[in-house]
Ligand binder design. Structure first.
Ligand code: PAF
Length: 302
């Protein structure tokens, strides 16, 4: 496996098609590893990026605090069969103050967009830059960032970018908590409270699969579960179209019910994708780990 710092050097190392790209902010967990394994199974060359993109952090303190551990990221990537880790410096990605911004505004204004102004423009801009500079055939993104996934899919369609976007189910800890690099900042008691998000979403999924289609009723299930948990401050609970992130009143063909909440000092998001099939509604609850996450073996390093 090779570690690179420029896009040209990275492209020069592609050995077999198709080329699969897994963009990350680093501090890998099993959610990233699942993306890497999916890419490995489908691609001749697998490249991963590790870049803490300053454009997408709307709070400077969040950027400074974001956990980093390139050495471990490289170890995990190597074990997952990655060929190239592209880990550029900020100056390499942005040699000049960036003058171009990619905005997918209609999909970015609701939910996360309300609470993290400018976040999605920062994500879209860096993802376009990575896709343009690294030119992968396929790029892999987790369904945990449901709004981000919808935005990237729409951007790739609108701009005719010749990369196939491949979504992957959310990976959860054994007790249901969705994996996030930020989980390492949860105190022991906040970690327990944080389970209310996934518990609410699982109860909501059961109700949806049993025939409940009303957004309000499904959102209430999640809200009630979170209201019962100590120290959970809900930011939003909403059913949205997976196509255009529009608010839905009833479960539609492809949609997701998403939640954001602050638990202690940590902001968490989670969701379940719902799909209407000929047999009824199917919920993608994600994949449960059968062991503690690798995140906690890195927690001492943050
Ligand atoms: O989902 C993430 O980790 C980031 O938003 C991404 C896609 C790597 C862009 O910086």
């Amino acid at each position: 496996m090779r570690i690179t710092s420029t896009m040209a050097e990275t492209r020069g190392l592609y050995s077999a098609a198709p080329v699969g790209l897994v963009p990350t902010l680093g501090f890998l967990h099993e959610g990233h590893v699942a993306l890497l394994e999916a890419a490995r199974a489908e691609c001749g060359t697998v490249a991963m990026t590790v870049f803490v993109n300053p454009l997408q952090f709307n709070e400077t303190s969040d950027l400074a605090r974001y956990p980093r551990n390139l050495e471990r990221d490289v170890e995990l990537a190597s074990a997952a069969g990655v060929d190239i880790v592209f880990a550029p410096a900020v100056d390499e990605m942005f040699p000049l103050p960036i003058a171009t911004e990619v905005s997918v505004a209609p999909l970015a204004q609701r939910m996360e967009g309300v609470h993290r102004p400018g976040h999605f423009a920062g994500v879209a801009t860096v993802v376009v830059k990575l896709l343009a500079g690294l030119r992968p055939d396929r790029a892999y993104f987790g369904k945990k960032d449901a709004q981000q996934l919808a935005i990237i899919r729409r951007m790739v369609l609108d701009l005719s970018i010749p990369t196939t976007i491949v979504p992957h189910p959310t990976v959860r800890e054994r007790d249901g908590l969705a994996l996030s690099s930020r989980n390492v900042f949860l105190s022991e008691s906040d970690r327990v409270s944080a389970l209310a998000l996934s518990r609410g979403l699982m109860a909501m999924s059961d109700a949806a699969e049993a025939g409940e289609r009303s957004a309000r009723a499904l959102e209430e299930i999640v809200l009630d579960t979170m209201a019962a948990a100590a120290g959970v401050r809900v930011e939003y609970v909403e059913l949205a179209s997976a196509r255009d992130v529009a608010r839905l009143d009833v479960v539609d063909e492809h949609c997701f019910l998403a939640v954001a909440a602050r638990v202690g000092e940590v902001r968490l998001i989670d969701n379940v994708h719902l799909e209407v099939t000929p047999d009824g509604v199917a919920a993608d609850r994600g994949i449960l780990l059968d062991r503690p996450s690798v995140l906690y073996s890195q927690a001492d390093d943050v």
